[in-house]
Design a protein. Sequence first.
Lengths: 762, 161
Amino acid sequence: MSTRERTVETWTPPATNQVWTGQSVPRKEDNRLVKGQGEFADDAWMHRTGHVHFVRSPHAHAVINGIDVSAAERLDGVFATLTGEEVRRLTDRYSGVAPEPGGRAKDYCLAVAKARFSGEPVAAVLAETRELARDAAALIEVDYEPLPVVLDAIEATHPDAPVVHTEVGSNVGWHGVYDFGDVETACEEADHVVRIPHLHFHRFSSTPLECSAAVVNWDPGTDVINITSNNQMPQFAAMQIAPALGVRTDQLQFRAQDIGGAFGIKLTSYTYLTALALLSRKAGRPAKWTEYRSDHLVGSCHGNERTFTDIEVPVMADGEILGFSAKAFDDVGAHMRYEPLGGVIFTQVLPACYGFQHLKVDYTSVTTNKTPVGPNRGYSRMQHLWMVERIVDIVAAELDLDPVAVRKRNYIPTAAFPYETPNGCIYDSGDYHQMLDKALEMLDYDGWRARQKAAEGSGKRIGIGIGSTLDSGTSNFGQARLINKHLPFSGNGEAAICKLDLHGEVSVALGSAPQGQGHETTTAQVVADVLGLTPAEVEVRPGHDSARNAYIAFSGTYASQFAVTGIGAALGAAKAVRDDIFRVAAAVLECEPGDLQLNGGFVSVDGDEDRAMSFAEVANLVYMNNGSLPPEVFDEASLNRRYVYRPPFGVPDWKTKTGQLTLTYASQVHACVIEIDEETGVTTVLDYVAIDDCGVPINPQIVQGQIHGAAAHGVAAVLQETLEYDEQGQLLNGTFWDYHVISAPDTPAFRTGHVVSPSPFT
Amino acid sequence: MADDVLPITVTVNGERQTKVVPVRQLLVHFLRDTLGKQGTHIGCDSGNCGACTVICDGKAIKSCMQLAVQADECEIETVEGLSEPLGPQSELQASFAKHHALQCGYCTPGMLMSSKALLAEQPEPDEQAVRRGLKGNICRCTGYVNIVRAVQDAAGTLEQG
């Protein structure tokens, strides 16, 4: 002890090296959030800020003959107005992602010449206060000429249906057939063919509690456009906004700290950000906008509404399902925007959890006079997995088989992993049989079947449901080429910067914009393990900030990928800093880098810990004392490292529609029991069990929280959340009074269990 | 009328102050914009989601559902009043963190204020009482399981295991 004190005065012997990854470390972000010190988009203010209010079309489909803003502009305190006609002159249409024919549709930040859904923004006002902007918006007169509306995806494909985008020629934005194996022959050879004429996955939204909000300032001096917002994929927004405004992408400086939930719904807010930028430039002042909930429900985006028809399922007498064929129609609303990506994303999980070899989906993406869709949580896979689980249950019911037995007969066997699906996706790991067994045991399946029988005739019906799904994480953006072969996208990734600061402090900047997934904590855990620190000693910069330079085009929090891409980037950057520390210390301590270890903020010689330097001493040499830096490391000691994680993807083959579309798969088996009152229809969830397998969790408590939240969204979507339109295309439930978000008494006390099948890939 | 202003005197987190407010200003905007109490959030503008919940004269209210002028001579507590900005968390706040009762944190201030008011009325609520008591507060991240646990733990009614 005394020797050590003489050698390095600050040295304290570290506790045994603790591994933080895999532990339920308390969240670093919680302290500011429980104290109301979070910084959300509506908390942002700038000097001279004006407030924006959007004028929205009351018609689902109408020609706009003219807009008179003069009365609004005469109001004292109104700084600027913006109309669709100005937008047409000042901006280019968004590039979008759709190929021909949907790609011909012109999408701008305000409706140009025609309103295509009720709630579409047609004009905007920037004024001194939020109230004044609203008053002024009410004075804007729009001359509409209503048109017939089309509100159903299948009706919209008929030749005589009203056309939402005349330049497309019809309402079919994209059509593609996925055909693997030979389902026609399978149907001929099967013992039974089960036919399901129609299934409908309804429209709903995960409605993040925080609505969209932003402050946009187009600085006239520097021409920099500062965007403080809660957009969840800022660089995708940049790719849409910059060409539309005719500016460089590096003029767009995005910033976001805390985001109050997003669920994919905040990915397409770039249209509003564009309008704010135009208003800011016109008025020469910052433009602040916070969506009202009614604006959000009618004017942001909804989840994909999908109708399946003509489902055919070849089944053998023993319950083996050979595959299925189906037609799928996505109602994507009035603008394609992120669509038709929904037309390929579901193929990440084409056979779901099953060993089906004959698969055919004839998919059509259709525009209607409804709110555009966006990639709502579970995007496109959810709709598809739901259909597959319906197929399994309907097959069991029609052939009088046990739904548990049918699942077990058809699940991909555990020994088959890594498993290649007929369309070339690699399911990395899983054990569906074990998960189902565990779910049924936790639920007391046999007991409930007995109680179900006993309840017959009592006026209460008991239902037992099983859902087995898998969630694909870390998408290969190359799958976009299966719908548009010209899109120059493939792979995926994320950037992070790790550095030692002036006094040896470790900080990490990420490119993602988290919405409650605990990025600060999980990043700190893995970086702490690399650098021999505690998570408390690793400062993780929350949110996204273009100025930090920790981003690539894919940066963001979406599609279940942070634990792979974001953590992968943070790990890479931390390891690069570790290697810098080793290089400097090896030169100073006169040893080899391989002889060194990190612990407690010190780098020391393994087995001779008196030969040590603190991180502060290393930082001192590099940043403020480089006259003392050994010359051999002069050019290779940065201590500030940017790393880009890139998953090992290639480019999928657009001709055969095959390839590795996703890196990881987590699986889930949920089982629940409900009771329905025959007279009133009141439905009560009596028990709900969720078994998950996401491999080795970085933070088990955070994973469990994600499971609870996702299960609540599922229960909500099934039992009470739906977006309903009348025959004129008016959204009937555009507030939280009538859009029934699930609340605490409606939500079952989910019970969770886990199976761990580590991924061989991450 | 629309531009009229009135002076009001309110006590917010123990600090009594007089401000001139537009008569049409909502209490939540007064708290957030005028007083800078930005921990109080807005989620629905219609009194359904509870993100704007504050305690007014001992009762949990939704501050988006009343005007600032209606709070004249009232005593209001916001999330910023639960603990010192730089100090330790209150027991309820610490229980939320311990049980992972928050993810994005947007509903959390309102959830905490409703929970505090609930515990003042029912010091030992069982699970169903907590769920009923928080019906007016929406959380889209947690599925409520851990929020209910956190409130019960703070009340000492959480069964271990």
